[in-house]
Design a protein around this ligand. Sequence first.
Ligand SMILES: Cc1cc2nc3c(=O)[nH]c(=O)nc-3n(C[C@H](O)[C@H](O)[C@H](O)COP(=O)(O)OP(=O)(O)OC[C@H]3O[C@@H](n4cnc5c(N)ncnc54)[C@H](O)[C@@H]3O)c2cc1C
Length: 363
Amino acid sequence: MLPRSRQFDVIIAGASFAGLAVAQRLVGRRVVLLDRAPVGRGVTSACGAPVSIVNAMGAEGSILQVHDRLILHTPAGEAVWPLPEPFCTFDYQRFCELAWARARVEFLQATVAGRSGSTVHTSLGAAFSGTLLADATGWRAALAAAPGSAYVNRRWMAFGIESEVVCPHEPGLHFYFLPEVRDGYAWAFPAGEGVRFGVLSYLGRSKLGPALEQFMSRFGQRPAAVHGGFLASGLRPPVVDGVFIAGDASGHCLPLTGEGIRTAVLAGFECGDLLRQVLDGERTRDQAEATYQAFVAKSRRKFHALTWANLAVLALPRRAVASVATMLARPRVLGPLLAQYLNLFEKSATRPGATLPAHSGRL
Ligand SMILES: Cc1cc2nc3c(=O)[nH]c(=O)nc-3n(C[C@H](O)[C@H](O)[C@H](O)COP(=O)(O)OP(=O)(O)OC[C@H]3O[C@@H](n4cnc5c(N)ncnc54)[C@H](O)[C@@H]3O)c2cc1C
């Protein structure tokens, strides 16, 4: 059913990680969350993320298994990387339902079809107006890249697919650098009784079915239902034509690792905080745009470093990847490296009134 009023303080397109995080910071405002699918449907991800991020979204009830290490497998051997903070695998649908319950904003199942100024056109035939707009529609960037927009949706995109089957597996988050995905990696993430087996091509190859079959056959398994999609990693301008953009829609998924849940949630929180401050008259819209741009820019060098590391993994022979993984496993090297990696998109402590969030992932 269509809402009585079509005028909102904020319209958020996309009800996944980034969109739900934006919404949680706007409790009590007149907000509508639009998604082409019901909340929690259409999972694409393996759903491995820091426990602190899942907790920060109020979704601890979705956690299936907690992990304290990464295990990197190559044909030459394996390297174990203890994690400085626990990660977990969680149930996507439950995560979204819990996160949405906390956000307490209106949800409407509708596909964003375009935008003119602050008016959003949808598949329902109805248009909605928002004082402020946020795009969290993943790699499609449906709102920011609407026809006529200045946003150019061209960036480096990886592609991944996965399938979950019930079988036993050694705990930890397992990454495999094997011949079946020479331009990427494979993974096995235990999640309670199931294991999520997946393959990813850094080059965005989408015909990955045979590679997934070959990878799973190493464990005596065959793919069941398969899901997946693009991972958008090349940072894009975070605000375009006044639209605030968070998560994959702005290329916030990390190169090399393909980790995009943490960054989507943290960018979503920042974005939501700023939009709320604009509505409350604490900042002008221009100030909010500048602050959000600065928030993203602070991590730009790390994104670049990860991009270079990604290119190195593509260029190096697997044997060399194995040597590097083993060398980096030394505690004195790994500790600072992971600390740098995990404080990406940390909230600025220098902003007036800002406090470091509980989910900051500091070591
Ligand atoms: C196979 C695979 C495995 C992955 N595993 C992990 C992992 O284990 N850990 C990790 O951190 N990251 C992982 N990632 C990356 C991670 O899933 C993404 O970075 C993350 O989902 C981005 O979140 P988001 O909210 O920006 O976008 P998305 O999660 O992509 O959500 C976009 C939302 O927008 C909606 N939408 C799209 N177009 C429209 C439209 N026109 N109108 C209305 N709604 C629309 C979609 O229905 C969806 O709900 C994986 C990705 C893939 C493909």
